[in-house]
Design a protein around this ligand. Structure first.
Ligand code: FES
Length: 104
């Protein structure tokens, strides 16, 4: 386990995606109420940042803006085409006032 990225919790708007530097492609961190999610910030279909997509906090997905694939925030699986491969998901911890993304 190693720390991949860190961001102040206060910087994360509710029900929105935030790009955080770290890992090979950056990390897409999503806050949904008290829940936090972190995914690789690169769509598995093409080189597009998922953090620029729309978050659905009821379905717990982030939708790629380019072609519309929705990815599960929980396991990174694509729930709609054209993407067919999952994106990596990471563990998220709270450390004081920070959100820490852990590479498992
Ligand atoms: S680039 Fe994301 S669905 Fe095509």
């Amino acid at each position: 386990m190693s720390e991949l990225a860190r961001v102040p919790l206060a910087d994360l708007a509710d029900c929105a995606a935030t790009r955080v530097a770290g890992g090979p492609d950056g990390v897409c961190v999503v806050r949904s109420g008290s829940k936090l999610y972190a995914l690789d910030d690169r769509c598995s279909h093409a080189d597009v940042r998922l953090s620029e997509g729309e978050v659905d906090c009821e379905e717990l997905t982030v939708e790629c803006w380019k072609h519309g694939s929705a990815f599960s925030l929980s396991d990174g699986e694509p729930l709609s085409l054209p993407a067919t491969r999952p994106v990596a998901v990471y563990e998220v911890l709270i450390d004081g006032d920070d959100v820490v993304v852990i590479d498992k």
